[in-house]
Design a protein around this ligand. Structure first.
Ligand code: PLP
Length: 377
């Protein structure tokens, strides 16, 4: 165990040493991938090798991959460029989907465990003949709850709808198979899988419509102009080639998450695990400390050397009640006490021990205050 425990993999995963090595080597080489000379051709080759590695990992065709600056841009590109005006999104999508979909987008509700209501989607789709774009994520970033995306894609197809699947959190934690999901668009981000920040990809099914939003040079098959972030793309490719190794560790990561859950419940049986009744990512635990605000928990845990986050880390710094938990019917007061603990390949039992020491100390202090004031949690 290191001196501090990083349990915030869903915000960003530590960069893999092999990624740093490959990117450093790439950054040392000159050349623009569009140049015809040997240096340019070498850069082009690095990009195409990364594209092939990513395609292999997610069972897509290399030509279906468009490199972007990350998951946000991939989602925004589809929402602006699919050509569909009628947009239907799940109520628990990431802000990069919700905000780019706009206020007119229809929302699919979720059940108490945070699973998208497929019957409700069927009803929404059946109310209009206008072809739609449906956006449902593969796994939620706050709760880790896995969504029935393949079933949704089959249903959407019956109505002539296109489907965008944000697989940013699922990638590297559960199998992501583009061909088997049957969606039209899939977004990915490197920094959740041990790659660098600021690079990701949109996978576009051959034949699916996509109007480019950045015009300029003809990069990425004229789907996304701009000189390629070659080192970032190389980093994404190397990180993608490690995904199968991470998946082999999924059971041991789930065991750490379950150990943390048991230990917290031993201390506070009333602590609630959000999404506990549904299939979840092996690494994610969203849990409340009754009566204690998430901000207080995060600061106390940070002082104890444990890094976790409250709700969506993408919007941390401005902690507002989690829209995901509220969509699940959790009241704002309880949602405000929820933290997200997310493990990864470098986590071990020592991290669970440190988490429990920090969590337990805060819970005990709060217990003393409760005893003095005579209030119940
Ligand atoms: N989608 C989901 C589900 C996410 O969790 C995130 C980031 O946390 C994003 C999209 C945005 O990805 P990026 O940070 O690469 O823009």
């Amino acid at each position: 165990m290191s001196v501090a425990s990083y349990l915030d993999y869903n915000a960003t995963a530590p960069v893999l040493p092999a990624v740093i090595d490959a990117m450093t080597q790439c950054l040392r080489a000159p050349g623009n991938a569009s140049s015809v000379h040997r240096f340019g051709r070498a850069q082009r080759q690095r990009i195409e090798e990364a594209r092939a590695a990513l395609a292999r990992t997610i069972k897509a065709q290399p030509a279906e991959i468009v490199f972007t600056s990350g998951g946000t841009e991939a989602n925004a590109l589809v929402l602006a460029g699919s050509g569909r005006k009628r947009v239907i999104v799940s109520a628990i999508e990431h802000d990069s989907v919700l905000r780019n979909a706009g206020d007119a987008a229809l929302r699919i509700p979720v059940d108490g465990d945070g699973v998208v209501d497929v019957v409700a989607l069927d009803k929404i789709l059946s109310t209009s003949d206008e072809p739609a774009l449906v956006a449902v994520m593969l796994a939620n970033n706050e709760t880790g709850v896995i969504q029935p995306v393949a079933e949704i894609a089959r249903m959407a197809r019956k109505y002539g709808a296109l489907v965008l699947c944000d697989a940013v959190q699922a990638f590297g934690k559960i199998e992501v198979n583009f061909a088997a999901l049957g969606v039209d668009y899939l977004s990915l981000s490197a920094h959740k899988i041990g790659g660098p920040h600021g690079i990701g990809a949109l996978v576009v099914r051959k034949g699916a419509p996509l109007a480019p939003q950045l015009l300029g040079g003809g990069q990425e098959g004229s789907r996304r102009a701009g000189t390629e972030n070659t080192a970032g793309i190389v980093g994404l490719g190397v990180a993608a080639s490690h995904v199968d190794d991470h998946l082999l560790r999924a059971n041991s990561i789930a065991a750490l998450r379950d150990l943390a859950t048991r230990r917290i419940k031993d201390l506070a049986p009333q602590a609630k695990v959000f999404g506990e009744g549904a299939a979840r990512l092996p690494n994610t635990l969203c849990i409340d400390m009754p009566g204690i605000k998430a901000e207080t928990q995060i600061v106390a845990l940070d002082l104890a050397g444990v890094a976790v986050s409250a709700g969506a880390a993408c919007s941390s710094g401005k902690l507002r009640p989690s829209a995901v938990l509220q969509a699940m019917g959790i009241d704002a007061g309880q949602a405000a006490n929820a933290i997200r603990i997310s493990f990864g390949w470098d986590s071990d039992e020592g991290d669970v021990e440190r988490l429990i020491a920090g969590w337990g100390a805060l819970w005990a202090r709060a217990g003393e205050r409760r005893a003095v004031s005579g209030t119940a949690a």
